[in-house]
Ligand binder design. Sequence first.
Ligand code: GAP
Length: 417
Amino acid sequence: MDLMEKVVSLCKRRGFVYPGSEIYGGLQGFYDYGPLGVEMKNNLKRIWWDWMTVEHDNIIGIDGAIITHPRVWEASGHVQSFKDPLSECKKCHHRFKSDDLESNTCPDCGGELTPPRDYNTLVATELGVIENEKTKTYLRGEACQTIYLNFKNVVNSTRVKLPFGIVQIGKAFRNEVTPGNFLFRQREFEQWDLQWFTKPEEMETWFEYWKQERMTWYRSLFTHPENLEFYQHEKLAHYAKKAFDIRYQGREMEGIHWRENWDLSRHAEYSGQDLSFEGITPWIVETSGGVDRTFLFLMNDAYSEEGDRTILKLNPKIAPYKVAVFPLLANKPELVTKAEGIFKHLRLNLRLSTVWDDRGNIGKRYYSQDEIGTPWCITVDFQTLEDDTVTIRDRDTASQVRVPIGELDTYFTKKLK
Ligand code: GAP
């Protein structure tokens, strides 16, 4: 099994990610997050949001609708230009994104391919109940459009001044020609976007600032930051004058885009509304990352094997559970009661995501927690009943320390700083 197969299998087995609509045979390009996956994804999104809005000045957020007025996608240029070239095999009729092909031969059967045809990747939908009176519109092809639509609302309802940013985390939808590679290319996915509005003369400075800031942020999350790099695009999206990717092992995770005044000018033109501010149409630096791609790359990055042990070396801040609590023996009520007290305290008082396990032997419980990335396991044993100390075992080093129960709060607060 290669790494990706191992990660996909772990994700399903331990409840991180399940194939979408599985009981009906699945639906290509759609996935559901399970109990552990949703915890990890929420942790990621919370860290991103706090970093943007708390650790930077002048950034505020919105949460826009997935469906917008159909004119939005004409103004944004997506109806005209959001296209992927598609080639079809004349023999087996499999379809491919022409950009991914190295020759004119079908990678599956060796048949001849048709010349590339453009194919719009917006996902259309219809609103209204009466046939022939329905309105055709689109699910957002990129989440950021709702930020531009609300630009005037935000400046009128807050006290922002240039330069400032609006952030949003939200779903986007694309009718990808070749969804695949697990979470990498889906038809429904989530983006975290910053749109930074600036004066044109400060654009270069801010573009470089956000490029570096975003790389620093990703580096702080990954166990192997040396796998992250910038890549400059030569082929640009219709809205961008300059674009860099942040890539993990050569694959795109986030785009840093020089959008200039394309979006606000186009929406001003198509809506007839004045979208200027402080006497200009602000220019935009966009940082637009994939939440699911980050999740996938973090799983690959964290996955390791030592002998017959699988260890998910996730940064503790994003691990689904921070702590596991075990009574040494499940059939000794004194141990169970003591362990339950700690379990409840960590969850309810310290607000730590904590899991309980009293099955099998301690060794098996450690293996089980290692596989889902739980950084620390607490065991309540007979010594605990005598001196109120517990063992804390570290996921990455497998070393154990003995800590008084009264010092657990300080211990974990320091560790998670
Ligand atoms: N608003 C700009 C924008 O949407 P993009 O480069 O097309 O730019 C930004 O998308 C990020 O969204 C990508 O870097 C990637 O992480 C994620 N993304 C794009 N298409 C995706 C797909 N089909 N499946 C999963 N993530 C995707």
